[in-house]
Design a protein around this ligand. Structure first.
Ligand SMILES: Cc1ncc(COP(=O)(O)O)c(C=O)c1O
Length: 394
């Protein structure tokens, strides 16, 4: 039975639930396990919180022994709220303040510095355990400019070619490791391998004690089963570098674990001229689909008002979101069966970088998030109430 059908049957949705997000924890854990099995040499898989910050989702990962990668101090707080021990939190923000650095060291969270100024600030705090520094491997952009981080002069880390690592490690004796993140989605496996190994090899030469390989394994949104495989990634790294994994590894995958674990069902409110459906989710949650449709794609499906899949002849549909601006369109020319008001449009593989990017434009409430585990459907996060929205803006 489809999760939406089950939620409707069990009376879990009210009239106000015009959109509902499902996160399949079975799928998420199966994907985490594949990463763990592919990289048995890693002593920590810190799942990127920004991919999906729902605390119930994070807690489930932590209970399974994973760590969490935090891109802000707020995300560190989410990790702690999810019960993550500090030594399993990796704090990676590019804009850490003095106060945040101090807090991080007091708590004992793992930390990768972004630049020389940050290393100097850390030095003044006299770290008592080894920290890392982020190195830009400078292997160039992938096919999506907005998620590329390995260009010269980029925003993140210290350029590999311009950095004298030996001098850096001599100057900061508490420096223990290197961190690299080659890019997210749109980077072919060969580019990930090249970027990771450039920094890894440079690290071996200066005697690093750990190596953080970042995330970046993409999802094939047209056919998730054909997504880049972690086993293939691990094999490619080992083949290209016999010294691979000589030092303890940390990973920070996000999209590959979370993307295919989530779907959103949005109720159809109106249908115009038999070609345009107005839905209850759009550019508020699916920002990349709405603002950069040339780079992003998600499979879609139509269910009737009871949650049963619809079939019949396909025609071309425009799928419009509920926000009050003309660009709130999440699909043009999408081939779908007949859509009627009261039906649901399901957008697949939205478990990563969707709800976590929620936009407050038009102040619509964050939808209910239901979790799925071992045949059970349960609330991971309640729908935001009208009072919550008023409180947000007050
Ligand atoms: C430092 C860092 N680590 C990990 C990730 C997760 O990347 P992905 O979701 O592509 O695996 C990101 C994403 O931007 C990142 O910036």
């Amino acid at each position: 039975m489809k999760p939406l059908q089950m939620a409707l049957k069990r009376g879990m949705l009210s009239q106000r639930d015009t959109a509902v997000i499902f996160h399949d924890l079975d799928v998420m854990h199966a994907r985490l396990d594949r990463i763990r099995n592919a990289f048995p040499e890693a002593h920590l898989h810190a799942v990127a919180i920004k991919a999906n910050p729902v605390v119930g989702v994070l807690r489930s990962l932590v209970e399974a022994g994973a760590g969490l990668e935090a891109a802000s101090w707020e995300e560190v707080s989410l990790a702690l709220a999810a019960g993550c021990p500090p030594e399993r939190i990796v704090f990676d923000s590019p804009a850490k303040t003095d106060w945040e650095l101090e807090q991080a060291l007091q708590l004992g969270v793992r930390l990768n510095a972004d630049n020389l100024d940050e290393l100097e600030r850390l030095d003044r705090l006299q770290p008592t355990y080894p920290l890392g520094v982020r190195i830009n491997p400078q292997v160039g952009a992938g096919s999506i400019a907005m998620t590329s981080v390995a260009t010269r002069g980029g925003k993140f880390g210290m350029g590999l070619e311009e950095t004298d690592l030996r001098a850096l490690f001599a100057r900061f004796p508490w420096l223990g490791g290197l961190h690299v993140h080659v890019g997210s989605q749109g980077c072919p496996m060969s580019q990930l391998v090249e970027g990771v190994l450039r920094v890894y090899r440079a690290g071996l030469k200066v005697g690093v004690r750990f190596f953080d390989m970042g995330g970046g394994l993409g999802v094939n949104y047209r056919d998730t089963a054909a997504s880049p495989a972690p086993e293939e990634y691990a094999r490619a790294l080992r083949q290209a570098c016999p010294e691979w994994a000589q030092v303890p590894l940390v990973s920070e995958f996000g999209r590959w674990i979370q993307g295919p674990s989530g779907q959103v069902a949005a109720r159809v409110e109106y249908v115009k001229e038999g070609r345009l459906a107005v839905l209850h989710v759009g550019a508020d949650m699916l920002l990349r689909l709405a603002y950069a449709p040339q780079d992003w794609y998600n499979r879609m499906e139509v269910l009737d008002s009871t949650g049963q899949p619809k079939s019949g002849p396909l025609s071309s549909w425009t799928l419009a979101g509920p926000l009050c601006f003309g660009g709130d369109i999440i699909g043009r020319g999408v081939e779908l069966p007949d859509i009627r008001p009261g039906d649901w449009v399901v957008v697949h593989d939205v478990g990563a970088y969707t709800l976590g990017m929620w936009s407050r434009h038009c102040s619509r409430a964050l939808p209910l998030v239901l979790g799925w585990r071992a045949g059970n459907l349960f609330v991971l996060k309640a729908r935001e109430s009208l009072e919550d929205v008023v409180r947000f803006w007050s």
